[in-house]
Design a binder for this molecule. Structure first.
Ligand SMILES: [Zn+2]
Length: 254
């Protein structure tokens, strides 16, 4: 627990804060300050927590030994998310997005490369507009993994996109109001969008997961862009190595 708590802080606030956090969680769980050793490895962005304690022995007293030292240790690190539920049925081709910047994601609007407007068929191939709207509003509940091939959804999904984004904006009732720098985990205003290869024969391959914090309602017709800020976020999903597009998860690595 201490290692995981420290790893979360390490990614956002640095080593000193991570060590303090890990130690305080360990102490809150009954380990005294002198029994904890916390080390940080910046190269691997991991944190190691060890404890040692002298304990009294029962049976071993026969062997003239009344005490022994026992220890435990664990290491945790931030890792790339390689599999996730709850993603939006959209795909974005990577174009050097910068964290905190505002982007108009082409969905429905614009001219569409090869007839593709950015929508994906995450459920059944050729699923209808209502299925797309449902997946965009609440996130697709299936598990999408890096390396998966997904069918692109052809056609202008302008109406359902506008409906779904409007619902997401309404569903964030958090107080204080979420912003792109401070939002609750799983806030509906956070759209998790698969980063994909350009379409080939109407299929794209998933490369990773990006987060966009919704900043406005899309227009209709050709003005149907989703306006969002590219953000980092913490997700509960499958962890692994590989390039990160902003989605992180924290796991015990030892
Ligand atoms: Zn919110």
């Amino acid at each position: 627990m201490a290692a995981l708590a420290g790893a979360r802080v390490l990614a956002s606030q640095g080593a000193a804060a991570a060590i303090t956090q890990a130690a305080s969680v360990a102490q809150a769980n009954g380990v005294s300050a002198g029994q904890i050793q916390v080390t940080v490895n910046l190269a691997t962005q991991s944190i190691n927590v060890s404890t040692r304690r002298q304990v009294g022995l029962g049976l071993a007293r026969i062997l003239n030994q009344s005490q022994a030292e026992v220890g435990a240790s664990a290491a945790a690190a931030a890792q790339t998310v390689t599999g996730l539920r709850g993603v939006a049925p959209l795909g974005v081709v990577w174009r050097n997005f910068v964290f905190g910047q505002l982007y108009d994601l082409k969905v429905g609007g614009g001219s569409g490369e090869q007839g593709w407007y950015g929508a994906l068929d995450l459920g059944l191939k050729g699923g209808g507009a209502s299925e797309y709207r449902e997946h965009l509003t609440h996130g697709w509940q299936g598990l999408l993994r890096v390396g998966d091939d997904v069918w692109v959804k052809s056609g202008n999904m302008s109406g359902p996109t506008r409906d779904a984004i409007g619902q997401r904006l309404n569903m964030c009732t958090h107080m204080p109001t979420c912003t792109f720098t401070q939002f609750v985990p799983n806030c509906p205003r956070l759209l998790i969008i698969p980063v994909v290869t350009p379409p080939r024969n109407k299929v794209v391959e998933v490369l990773g997961f990006a987060g966009f914090f919704i900043e406005g309602l899309p227009g209709s017709g050709n003005k149907s862009f989703i306006r969002g800020r590219f953000v980092e976020f913490v997700a509960t999903g499958e962890a692994g190595s590989g390039p990160s597009y902003g989605a992180r998860t924290f796991t015990l690595i030892r």
